[in-house]
Design a protein. Structure first.
Length: 601
């Protein structure tokens, strides 16, 4: 396989066609309010029923089988009196059944909350409680953490288990088999439209525990069709998807964009650098969805016999760093990379159709009126925007770093730019910036600092405030600090992210004040129970005291700047050594091994 070289004029034509395809495919959404994503799957089942839709080692489904399976779940929902707006939580690893379940439940008006499969007890309890579900569907292999969380739940949802094993709960995969898979009849259909809520997808936001973002049927159709246009998906395409299906990228974009084009999606439960290219070739994939960390893992992995034997025509995703991009594209012979920026609950979308390394995208001039975005100056800590003498926000000049915001339209016609908020009205209001450039206007705060060059390309700088990103996940520092503070002997804790050369995002670090000697082994076990792997601090810094602001918040900027270099402080620093499975004293030689990549993280 060779990489095609195109001239500038042809490149511009290809790029413009991508935008026009996306516009064309999404133009009629509002005119067909009852054409929700399950209805699109029904159409495809009629047109090409025997064509593969979802492929996996565990199970594969054609379009007809996917529609039939989702109809069984729809009838199960009707039989259990689930009405419009009733919530069902879904806790399940990647598999074709995952999509069949939420397509079926949402087609009759239920709302499905997609739970992160890595959540430990307290966070899992929180995520279930904030959506108040009537039912929880859990995979048999994830029943243990859910069972441990049940006594702490505020409500008492009915638990349904998917899969084998001995347990006291009803099995939903057996229950749905007694329902027919034929299309729903007139008496079974419910008046579901694009304006109705379909999913809750969780996001850590900027502070605290995860929030449940509201995702309407409109948003699902918009995402699917827009990305189908951007990627030019067709029946001959196969998307390789190893990203979590509880996230919007792995669960909606990677699946919906290809399915609506008549193509198929190969679903792998978890990412494996060793198996990646072997899978891509074995399944004859033409597309794959990435996050930046995934690409870095692949680039640093050993050579594979299949890494250049693939038929991939395009890789689509976000977070691909400028220092990884060229090497990744050259080594694996990637014809095209489509980098984009978006947030599950946000209204700012940027697309790097041109394949400019390092840029997260831009908004072409002919679409600026439809997707208004801006960068505004912020205070040094990024907490608040800077305002001028007239109390309006100040736009950033080219090259200046500021927070990205997107205008929230005041009329329903501009549905693509609206902000649907969270289940918490208070949390929703905190994300809205008012009276920004004129009296009464409202803009969505992304919480991301960016800069824009003279050509209009945006570049990500970092997250504002109390989060950092590690292993492709947002980590809320308050959640980490709370888990640390719950351990006996820890009187104060401040969590933050630190940069490690050669890695994406920031690794977790915490400064602790202890009442006496700490049992580091017990602390490590405590953190494993309380936090998902990506949120557990890699470094612990023991201090005699933590500095506070006038409002009793920990000051962490100087801690972040000092990082984890033991030679920069008299404080003792410990490292969670993956080989020893223990916190070990960090010294100069170990620090050097970590920063040069000799220690695998």
């Amino acid at each position: 396989m060779t990489t095609t070289v195109r001239g500038p004029e042809r490149d511009q034509s290809v790029q413009r066609r991508a935008w026009l395809r996306a516009l064309e495919l999404t133009a009629t959404i509002a005119k067909n309010p009852e054409r929700v994503l399950p209805a699109v799957i029904d159409e495809l089942a009629e047109e090409s029923g025997d064509a593969p839709a979802l492929l996996a080692d565990r199970e594969s489904l054609t379009f007809r089988a996917l529609a039939e399976r989702s109809n069984r779940y729809a009838r199960w929902a009707l039989d259990h009196a689930l009405g419009k707006g009733d919530v069902v939580c879904l806790l399940m690893p990647n598999q074709p059944e995952y999509l069949a379940i939420w397509l079926g439940l949402t087609r009759v008006g239920a709302v499905v909350s997609l739970l992160n499969t890595n959540l430990p007890g307290p966070a899992l309890v929180h995520c279930i409680d904030i959506v108040a579900p009537r039912h929880v569907i859990v995979a048999a292999e994830l029943l243990e953490p859910l069972t441990a969380a049940l006594p702490s739940l505020a409500a008492a949802p009915t638990i349904w288990v998917h899969g084998g094993g001995r347990h006291a709960f009803p099995c939903i995969d057996r229950a749905v088999e007694r329902y027919p898979g034929a299309p729903l009849g007139p008496s079974e259909r419910r008046p579901v439209t694009i304006e109705d809520r379909a999913l809750h997808i969780y996001t850590s936001g900027t502070t605290g525990l995860p929030k449940a973002a509201n995702v309407s049927h409109f948003r699902l159709v918009q995402w699917s069709l827009w990305f189908a246009g951007m990627m030019d998906t067709a029946p001959g395409d196969r998307m390789y998807n190893c990203l979590p299906m509880y996230h919007s990228v792995g669960g909606v974009l990677a699946t919906g964009a290809v399915l609506v084009g008549g193509g198929s999606v190969v679903i792998r439960e978890k990412f494996s650098a060793r198996e990646f290219w072997r899978d891509v070739v074995r399944w004859d994939c033409t597309l794959f969805q990435y996050i930046g960390e995934l690409c870095r893992y692949l680039l640093h992995a050993g050579p594979s016999a299949d890494e250049q034997a693939h038929r991939i025509r395009l890789a689509c995703g976000n977070g691909l760093r400028a220092d990884v991009w060229p090497g990744f594209q050259q080594r694996f012979r990637m014809p095209r990379i489509l980098e984009f920026y978006a947030a599950t609950e946000g209204n700012v979308s940027l697309f790097n159709v041109e394949g400019k390394p390092g840029a997260i995208g831009r908004i072409p001039p002919f679409l600026a009126h439809r997707f208004p975005a801006a960068l505004v100056r912020s205070t040094p800590d990024g907490a608040e925007p800077v305002r001028d003498g007239a109390s309006f926000c100040v736009r950033c000049a080219p090259g200046e770093v500021g927070e990205a915001i997107g205008r929230i339209p005041g009329h329903p016609a501009a549905a693509g730019a609206r902000f649907e908020g969270y289940t918490s009205a208070e949390a929703s209001e905190r994300k809205i910036l008012r009276n920004v450039f004129e009296p009464g206007d409202a803009w969505f705060r992304t919480g991301d600092l960016m800069r824009q060059d003279e050509a209009g390309y945006y570049y990500f700088v970092h997250r504002i405030g109390e989060t950092f990103r590690w292993k492709g996940e947002n980590v809320a520092t308050s959640e980490v600090a709370e888990a640390l503070g719950a351990f006996p002997g820890v009187s104060e804790a401040a969590a933050y992210g630190v940069a490690i050369p050669g890695t994406d995002g920031r690794a977790g670090m915490a400064a602790l004040v202890a009442d006496g000697p700490l049992d580091l082994s017990a602390l490590r076990s405590h953190l494993r129970r309380r936090l998902p792997a990506y949120a557990r601090p890699l470094f612990l810094r023991l201090r005699p005291a933590l500095e506070l602001t006038a409002t009793f918040k920990h000051t962490k900027l100087h801690l972040e700047r000092e990082g984890f270099d033991p030679r920069a402080t008299d404080d003792v620093i410990y490292f969670d050594d993956p080989e020893r499975q223990a916190f070990v004293r960090l010294d100069g030689p170990l620090y050097d091994r970590i920063t040069t990549g000799a220690v695998r993280l």
